[in-house]
Design a protein around this ligand. Structure first.
Ligand code: DC
Length: 337
């Protein structure tokens, strides 16, 4: 008898998550194999030991598996294996004409990274977190190791802000903002950021643009434009994308999500050293104040605030080396953790 495998991870052991994700996994198993519920003879569900608030089988009835035989079982716990994971083994009434598509979603993608490559579908690794947490260095290294594109979404927001400043667009004039965004010529490449065919890599890193960007990125037209731009960049390429809202808004279904945090004083110290090395005269207190202000601005805004996605893995980078964090993320993606 032919079988299809499915697996998905959930953010928490609560009924609604079990329901929503079970339905998502089953629908995807049917859809990607061009099947309907009547083609299925039976399904065996298993769940890791940390899931006990509801039976996944109960929800399968909701999408019409009324005739199929269903059963749920608890998995054995193996040290270091995935947590909060629901799996399904679907038995078909008759064999498929085409090769089987097994379905691994969310954190469960890590179980079969080979399937991602085999299907050649773009993969998104989302790395979110506040300023100065090490996102850029880490995201760049991960992208090099995986051979994915590196997308710095902060640079995109900075580029838009720089464009507004250069063209004297008043942020309070919605019409001017919208019409400027309709004709903006912004081009993100792996080497440089271009605005109107000019490289603006250095200009967007000034302290003035850093401060202004935090304000400009609250604007709904700016967010809509940047979100669409970022989604388009990942249409045909696998990416490691770093920002504030990648795992929550830009790619809520990203296969891998990480949320980096670190003590604000340590972030300030790192930034201080970076600027001092560049010869910039600025006090540590000033930098730490600025970090607090930006954190507040970015996490308290109404639209797409800086926030950990429920299913993101949080990593505190305060006392870890870049190498340790990169290796942790790499192992998670390759399913060794
Ligand atoms: O990562 P960065 O410091 O270069 O980002 C500059 C600003 O852009 C940051 O203060 C908030 C905004 N930003 C955002 O709102 N959403 C993103 N995905 C990335 C950056």
């Amino acid at each position: 008898m032919q079988t299809i495998r499915g697996a998905i991870t959930i953010a928490a052991n609560i009924k609604e998550h079990i329901r929503e994700n079970t339905l998502m996994m089953l629908s995807e198993m049917l859809k990607s194999n061009d099947l309907c519920v009547n083609d299925v003879e039976s399904i065996i569900f298993t769940a890791t030991k940390d899931i006990d608030q509801a039976y996944p089988a109960k929800y399968a009835r909701e999408i019409g598996f009324t005739n199929a035989t269903l059963m749920c079982m608890q998995e054995m716990h193996v040290e270091g294996s995935l947590t909060l994971c629901i799996r399904a083994l679907m038995f078909l009434r008759k064999p498929l004409d085409s090769p089987v598509n097994h379905v691994y979603l969310k954190g469960a993608t890590a179980l079969r990274p080979d399937l991602i490559k085999a299907k050649d579908q773009p993969v998104v690794v989302a790395i979110d977190g506040p300023a100065g947490v090490g996102k850029s260095t880490i995201a760049k290294r991960i992208s090099q190791k995986l051979g994915f594109l590196y997308i710095d979404t902060g640079a995109i927001y900075r580029g838009i802000t720089y464009g507004f400043v250069q063209n004297h667009i008043d942020l309070n004039d919605s019409q001017a903002v919208e019409s400027y965004l309709n004709q903006i010529s912004l081009h993100y490449t792996q080497k440089n950021l271009y605005l109107d065919n000019q490289i603006i890599d250095e200009e967007i890193r000034s302290e003035t643009i850093s401060k202004l960007t935090s304000d400009y990125s609250k604007n709904p037209f700016v967010r809509k434009f940047a979100t669409q731009y970022q989604q388009d960049l990942a249409k045909s390429h696998s990416v490691v994308m770093e920002g504030r809202d990648i795992g929550t808004v830009v790619f809520p279904n990203a296969q891998f999500k990480f949320f980096l945090v670190a003590d604000p004083d340590i972030r300030g110290q790192r930034r201080y050293e970076q600027l001092r090395n560049k010869g910039v005269e600025i006090s540590l207190d000033e930098i730490i104040n600025d970090i607090h202000l930006r954190d507040q601005n970015d996490s308290q805004r109404q639209l797409a605030p800086l926030k950990k996605a429920e299913d993101a893995i949080e990593i505190d980078t305060s006392y870890k080396t870049i190498e340790e964090i990169v290796s942790l993320i790499e192992k998670t993606i390759q399913g060794e953790d």
